[in-house]
Design a protein around this ligand. Structure first.
Ligand SMILES: NC(=O)c1ccc[n+]([C@@H]2O[C@H](COP(=O)([O-])OP(=O)(O)OC[C@H]3O[C@@H](n4cnc5c(N)ncnc54)[C@H](OP(=O)(O)O)[C@@H]3O)[C@@H](O)[C@H]2O)c1
Length: 241
């Protein structure tokens, strides 16, 4: 007999809760009756007003402070049974356009902070009979693209991390999943010189990615979605002014 996990209220950490995909995930999880600990530098920015929303201010890119800060999170919430590691940003350009500091900053947020977050929460997750760890990868994790060397490196490495962790945890009740979206219409593109085209078919919505996260969380506990790739129907990119 399959065990459905969908009806149980859960306590789920979502990083990058203040905008775009993470905000949509938080809203859907709260609407479904879960408790959400939302991490970002400004977790109130997304305007979530819900009794079960616990804002947790954290700069994930500040690695030096992160072990202590994550320790405080685990101490306050030892009963977390789900993590959506979603925070991240895009920076694109030829490699020579990146300073060494910019390379470090992008890898620190998109890769190293994810590893730190999991390192801190893994013992608690493994103690649970059923728990979930979901990473937000990217199509850039699957294939390197022009002007995306550092971003692709961060997401491809995250994919390797998720795959290895899935093996490491395969005898426990912790399910590890990776979602790789193509272009999603979010503020991710606000600081970039390109964006998806204007038609609905040119980008995925943040709600569609959130739907996918809920599908992964709600799957029968015996089933793991190892990896899900999502693409807009049409790949159309426009220049941002
Ligand atoms: N949009 C796309 O086309 C697309 C496609 C594939 C994958 N992704 C991935 O999806 C994830 C979410 O992107 P999005 O499109 O939702 O972008 P977004 O709208 O710009 O949201 C990014 C989120 O990350 C948080 N964040 C950024 N820097 C942070 C830091 N130093 N510490 C803590 N939180 C930080 C932001 O919160 P604060 O600013 O409040 O800190 C924000 O909540 C990223 O990992 C991205 O790589 C996006």
């Amino acid at each position: 007999m399959q065990t459905a996990t969908s009806m149980m209220p859960r306590k789920i950490v979502v990083s990058g809760c203040s905008s775009g995909i993470g905000l949509a995930i938080c809203q859907q999880l709260l609407a479904a009756g879960h408790q959400v600990i939302g991490i970002s530098r400004d977790p109130g920015r997304g305007g979530i007003n819900h009794d079960e929303f616990i804002p947790w201010e954290l700069d994930l890119a500040n690695l030096a402070l992160l072990p202590d800060q994550l320790g405080q999170l685990v101490k306050a919430h030892p009963d977390v049974d789900g993590v959506v590691a979603n925070a991240g940003r895009g920076q694109f350009g030829g490699l020579e356009e990146f300073s060494y500091a910019q390379i470090d900053q992008l890898l620190d947020l998109n890769l190293r902070s994810q590893i730190y977050l999991v390192r801190a929460l893994l013992p608690a997750l493994r103690q649970r009979a059923h728990s979930d760890l979901i990473f937000m990868g990217s199509e850039a994790a699957l294939a390197g693209g022009r002007r995306g060397a550092v971003y692709s490196a961060s997401k491809a490495a995250l994919r390797g991390f998720a795959q290895a962790l899935r093996e490491e945890c395969s005898r426990s009740g912790l399910r590890v999943s990776l979602i790789n979206p193509g272009m999603v219409r979010t503020p991710f593109f606000d600081q970039l010189d390109f964006a998806p085209g204007d038609e609905p078919s040119h980008a995925i919505t943040a709600d569609t990615v959130a739907d996918t996260v809920r599908m992964v969380l709600d799957a029968a506990s015996e089933v793991v979605f190892d990896e899900i790739n999502l693409s807009p129907l049409k790949k159309v990119i426009k220049k941002n002014n």
